[in-house]
Design a protein. Sequence first.
Length: 201
Amino acid sequence: MRNRWKKIALSAVSVALATSLYMPSASAKGNLIDVSGRLKGEVEEAYKIGLIDGYSDGSFKPTQPMTRGAFAKLIVTTYEVITGETLSSPNGSTFTDISKTTFEHYILKATEAGWIHGYPNSTYQPNEPISREQAAKIIASVAKLELIAEPFTDVADKSVFAPFIGATQASGLMYGDNETLFKPQEIISREQAAAIVLRLY
């Protein structure tokens, strides 16, 4: 997947993680003290590479919800680490609720790249948790995946998110809860988000 992103960086001529993943950066990297379970390896590898960071006390708070603002920062950080490209950022924003957040710079970059979108009322709602279907749409857009039908019984075929879910599932970037359920409106945790971006690396 890293090669895919390198190709995207070379071809994206027009395309001009409050700190990493919604947390204060640790002054020095050590081992994350509260990461365990099936995603431990992926979280620790993402941390080692520099895609994510931990709290100053050495924790990561892996099961806490990932917010929309933090996910924008995570995607931008991951893209820039992988490609070595610094994404452009517009001078202003159409969003009315991001100017006082630590994620504003990253939200603007991700918006300029065409990866994220706000709501009809001109807000982005950066502090709201991000759902699995929303994350799938962003990930598929960033990686420029081919959109395909999804196999899950709990995703409406007419849903705007359906082909993005199908794309991320087929590429191995996101998985269902089982073979038939994706749980599209379930909130993504911080450890799940870390694992997803590592798979892009």
